[in-house]
Ligand binder design. Structure first.
Ligand code: FES
Length: 82
């Protein structure tokens, strides 16, 4: 698997609208699947796109209105493809 770079917007809007729990979800997902070496997780400041938030960027692709369901689907897909 090529390494995944995940950036979670930690700006106040995205954070309040779901990225607080999305971040927690990703951290648990990494732990549960033993992906510590395969996923780089980082936070970013507001990206100026609050209106489509919460925003998460995975390998340069921007995901908008992210919730746990969408995250799980996306990560399952990417981790499988690795
Ligand atoms: S807070 Fe995430 S884009 Fe503004």
């Amino acid at each position: 698997m090529s390494k995944l770079n995940i950036t979670v917007c930690m700006g106040s809007s995205c954070f309040a609208r779901g990225n607080a729990s999305n971040l927690e979800f990703i951290e648990n997902y990494i732990k549960e699947n033993g992906l510590e070496a395969d996923i780089d997780l980082a936070g970013s400041r507001c990206e100026g796109k609050c209106v489509t938030g919460p925003n998460v960027i995975i390998n340069g692709i921007e995901y908008t209105e992210v919730d746990e369901k969408k995250l799980k689907q996306t990560l399952d897909e990417l981790v499988k493809v690795k």
